[in-house]
Write a protein that binds this ligand. Structure first.
Ligand code: PLP
Length: 389
């Protein structure tokens, strides 16, 4: 294990410097055993009984993430959704929670359906406006404020420190979906958040080949204990191979995120002046509404995610929606697929996947910038835009 104080890049690259005691291997083993031997005197001194939530392969990924987030402990889950919903399930029916209007759509749907039927009182607000948060808080009743920043797919920025101050003053805890920012750019716990969530499916793993979720807590707390029990009892855990792949993926997190950020910034600036594009939504553009806050709480880049809104054709009668779908149809390098944060760049007509009731403009294409040469990505999108006319 790395003993001295080192930078997060070093922690990630060496996965905390862990070496296998038995073999001296520098890549950790994958533990597939579902169960562990009980001592002859009926004790379990190894500390492990059953692998539903005690698989040793979880240990490295959880420890690396805890170090990267500057937290107390982390838990791996079977998906980002399993991680996020565990936080809400650790509350009680009747509890009031505040969530953003702009957020990952599947979690928003779950909050509007399952969580609401279960008795949770969910209020959706404009989380970018601290005054809206202040007036939504019901001291003593509001138990949780859920933040996502930058938030899918408009990349709205919430001031984490300001939101934490408001939430804590009213006795609520704050959980941040930091999937898009990653610990490379933002450490929400340092800004006052209580829990950080990642869809580790995205940047943490980074190769579009693992579905996983994580939670990291700032401190041991009754809420964290309930979350631990939910994972142990409901069993929404990761398989050992996926946990191992996640550790491997995090080793390259820093260079991947930095490359994606630099490329996304160049792409955003390039298309901001494009005649076929109505608007580029990217926190790294000085004209973006949340830019100043993003510059304060994101270090070293503004993320690899952006969205572009396509103009309708002025030659024909095609709407912005039709032009957006046609643009996506003509890309060759960008892959037409949902998800984000992988090595390959993805393009998605977001309203199509979110369906009826989505707040996403129908002319919007969501772009996840991968690690290809930026010039190639620009040329491919330029060509698709001109063919779509
Ligand atoms: C910001 C964000 N949060 C949560 C999730 C859910 O993660 P998963 O698909 O691993 O359940 C996603 C997935 O797209 C996401 O983009």
């Amino acid at each position: 294990m790395i003993k001295r104080t080192v930078k997060p890049e070093t922690i990630a690259a060496q996965a905390l410097g862990w070496v296998d005691d038995t073999t001296r291997a520098i890549a950790p083993p994958i533990h597939t055993s579902t169960t562990f031997i009980r001592d002859p005197d009926n004790q379990y001194r190894s500390g492990r009984i059953y692998a539903r939530d005690q698989n040793p392969t979880f240990d490295q990924a959880e420890a690396v993430l805890t170090a990267l987030e500057g937290g107390h402990a982390s838990l791996l889950f079977a998906s980002g959704m399993a991680a996020a919903t565990a936080v809400f399930q650790a509350l009680a029916p009747g509890d009031h929670v505040v969530a953003p209007k702009v957020m990952y759509w599947s979690l928003r749907n779950w909050l509007m359906t399952f969580a609401t039927h279960w008795g949770m009182r969910v209020e959706f607000i404009d989380m970018t406006d601290p005054e809206a948060l202040r007036s939504a808080m019901q001291p003593g009743r509001t138990k949780l404020v859920w933040i996502e920043t930058p938030a899918n797919p408009l990349w709205s920025i919430t001031d984490i420190a300001a939101a934490c101050e408001i939430a804590h003053a009213a006795g609520a805890v704050v959980a941040v979906d930091s999937t898009v920012a990653t610990p490379v750019l933002t450490r929400p716990l340092e800004l006052g958040a209580d829990i950080v969530m990642h869809a580790a499916t995205k940047y943490l793993n980074g190769h579009s080949d693992v579905i996983a979720g994580t939670l990291t807590t700032r401190e041991d707390s009754p809420l964290w204990l309930r979350i631990r029990s939910i994972r142990a009892q409901l069993g929404g855990v990761l398989g050992p191979f996926e946990a191992w792949l996640l550790t491997r993926g995090m080793r390259t997190l820093f260079p991947r995120v930095r490359t994606a950020c630099a490329s996304a910034q160049t792409i955003a600036e390039h298309f901001a002046r494009h005649p076929r594009i109505l608007e580029v939504l990217y926190p790294g553009l000085p004209t973006f509404p949340g830019h100043a806050i993003a510059a304060k709480q994101m270090r070293g880049g503004f993320g690899g995610m952006l969205s572009i809104r396509i103009r309708g054709s002025d030659r024909g009668s095609a709407s912005g929606e039709a032009a957006a779908i046609a643009t996506a149809a003509h890309v060759e390098l960008w892959k037409r697929a949902t998800s984000l944060g992988g090595v390959e760049s993805l393009v998605e007509h977001r309203a199509s996947i979110e369906g009826a009731g989505t707040p996403v403009p129908s002319d919007l294409l969501r772009l996840s910038v991968g690690l290809e040469a930026t010039d190639d990505l620009i040329a491919d999108l330029e060509s698709a835009l001109s063919q779509a006319q």
